[in-house]
Design a protein around this ligand. Structure first.
Ligand code: FES
Ligand code: FES
Length: 155
């Protein structure tokens, strides 16, 4: 076992991991941040998307040890300080951007990554950015609408 330390949602954390422990597993099992979902663990579905040092990353695709010393943001960090939904989360709720919700944490983290780089994305920009995030329920239409609404709310 090896000790890893990182900052998650602004808080310093550490834990003991095996060499094979994925960042997604560390977040869920060690830190109990179960908002990060694991849908495939083979880098296909995007449900596990988080930000590592400001970049969108599939947390099943990197080892916890690779994130040692990093700044990590998860879906839990997208809420406001008082626990209410953040702007992107609220837009998903308002515009029915989810059904079962399994993909939603990854979608919200992907949306946050896009909106940090492009404050006024076109529908094509949004669909292209969500390329690595799979939703089995919504048909994507309302996810796109939610992200467009979040972009307006943030501008
Ligand atoms: S669980 Fe990471 S991409 Fe599916
Ligand atoms: S809302 Fe069910 S997988 Fe996207």
């Amino acid at each position: 076992m090896t000790k890893v330390s990182m900052t998650v949602n602004g808080k310093a954390v550490s834990g003991e991991v095996e060499g094979r422990t994925l960042l997604a597993e560390f977040l869920r099992n060690n830190l109990h941040l179960t908002g990060t979902h694991i849908g495939c663990d083979t880098s296909q579905c995007g449900a596990c998307t988080v930000h590592v040092n400001g970049k969108m990353v599939k947390s099943c695709a990197i080892l916890a040890q690779e994130a040692d010393g990093a700044e990590v943001a998860t879906i839990e960090g997208m809420a406001n300080d008082d626990g209410s939904l953040g702007v992107i989360q609220a837009a998903f709720q308002e515009h029915h951007g989810l059904q079962c919700g399994f993909c939603t944490p990854g979608m919200v983290m992907a949306a946050a990554d896009l909106l940090a780089k492009n404050t006024n994305p076109s529908e094509a920009d949004i669909r292209s950015h969500l390329d690595g995030n799979i939703c089995r329920c919504t048909g994507y239409h309302n996810i796109v609408k939610s992200i467009q609404a979040a972009a307006s709310a943030l501008s």
